[in-house]
Design a protein around this ligand. Structure first.
Ligand SMILES: O=c1ccn([C@@H]2O[C@H](COP(=O)(O)OP(=O)(O)O[C@H]3O[C@@H](CO)[C@H](O)[C@H]3O)[C@@H](O)[C@H]2O)c(=O)[nH]1
Ligand SMILES: [Mn+2]
Length: 363
């Protein structure tokens, strides 16, 4: 494979990556991303009222799915796709037929690095995904595969080949992804700190995965990227990406793949309403004191040799161990199984493009 650092960003994975955008707004933000995104195919997941027309700027190649499409394509299995929550974005991962996914929110813009240069977030995510991860031994000079860096003294040579990278988790300048209580206490706080680093999250360590600037290898870890039951009719919201991140990290640790965090930065422009967020998050804020120990204690049997087998095993353990925390987790465990069934329905061996689906997108 050619060195990712030498391939021009405009052609990097052009035909192997889809950009998934959940939206209830217009998509004018794409104008700022045009130089970086135009060569790529977009999958737009329109949340909320399906009768509302979403205007996509001219010149982008896209498919758009609204709630009517999701219901038509998945039938009863559409129950596992959240409504009125950014969690709906995971439908885009399911209908894509590409090897890689990049997902971004419609209030995230191109940030500038300390030199004032526009950051091509997609290019950095691709570099992160195409270079190995080092989850088994921490390199104190951060990403050893980056130009101008390397493994430091004492780093075992037997581990320097690294492992495949499944996830690239980017960060945010301006509005940081704080939870509602922190937003309420620090309403004016802005993230101005640009940390020029990419690091692998060590094996055995969970992390709070934010979905607003996230890329992953869909062929490796796609089935684990279910964003759960959130929003309308659910007791919790804004834990969609967290749930997916915990399941994903446990599975990556088990299968020996890496998860990276750090560069690239995007500019997050809109602080969602902290009071609305508090209402969505509050159950999650105390449930997570039980959820984190649960995920830390999950052990996957040796015969869980595929992501789907791992995922179903986690769903079984969710039902067995978290069902007593709240009946919501029984429903979530069932929805996790429905998600895998729906994934298999849309991704039978041989289907090449989403247009091969029995009922394709609205557009
Ligand atoms: O009901 C909804 C609300 C929003 N969206 C789309 O989802 C993203 C994120 O929305 P927004 O920027 O308003 O929310 P944030 O609080 O900044 O989102 C971050 O917090 C987490 C919430 O789960 C999430 O990981 C981050 O995205 C936008 O594109 C909205 O248009 C929606 O589809 N449905
Ligand atoms: Mn936002």
């Amino acid at each position: 494979m050619a060195d990712p650092a030498t391939i021009s960003p405009a052609t990097l994975l052009k035909d192997e990556l889809d950009i998934v955008i959940p939206t209830i707004r217009n998509l004018d933000f794409l104008e700022m991303w045009r130089p970086f995104f135009q060569p790529y195919h977009l999958i737009i997941v329109q949340d909320g009222d399906p009768s509302k027309a979403i205007k996509v700027p001219e010149g982008f190649d896209y498919e758009l799915y609204n709630r009517n499409d999701i219901n038509r394509i998945l039938g009863p299995k559409a129950s596992c796709i959240s409504f009125k929550d950014s969690a709906c974005r995971c439908f885009g991962y399911m209908v894509s037929k590409k090897k890689y996914i990049y997902t971004i929110d419609d209030d995230c813009f191109v940030a500038k690095d300390p030199s004032g240069k526009d950051i091509n977030a997609l290019e950095q995510h691709i570099k992160n995904l195409l270079s190995p991860s080092t989850p088994f031994f921490f390199n104190t000079l951060y990403d050893p595969y980056r130009a101008g860096a390397d493994f430091v003294r004492g780093y075992p040579f037997s581990l320097r080949e690294g492992v495949p990278t499944a996830v690239s988790h980017g960060l945010w300048l301006n509005i940081p992804d704080y939870d509602a209580p922190t937003q309420l206490v620090k309403p004016l706080e802005r993230n101005t700190r640009y940390v020029d680093a990419v690091m692998t999250i060590p094996k055995g360590t969970l992390f709070p995965m934010c979905g607003m600037n996230l890329a992953f290898d869909r062929e490796l870890i796609g089935p684990a990227m279910y964003f759960g039951l959130m929003g309308d009719g659910q007791p919790i919201g804004r834990y969609d990406d967290m749930w997916a991140g915990w399941c994903t990290k446990v599975i990556c640790d088990h299968l020996g793949w890496g998860v990276k965090t750090g560069l690239p930065y995007i500019w997050h422009s809109k602080a969602s309403n902290p009071f609305v967020n508090l209402r969505k998050e509050y159950k999650g804020i105390y449930w997570q004191e039980e959820l984190i120990p649960f995920f830390q204690s999950v052990t996957l049997p040796k015969d869980c040799t595929s992501v789907k087998k791992c995922y179903i095993e986690i769903a079984n353990q969710v039902k067995a161990k978290l069902g007593k925390v709240d009946d919501y987790f029984n429903k979530l465990a069932d929805a996790m199984v429905t998600w895998i069934e729906a994934w298999d329905e849309l991704n039978p061996s041989g289907a090449s493009k989403s247009s091969d689906l029995p009922n394709g997108p609205s557009k």
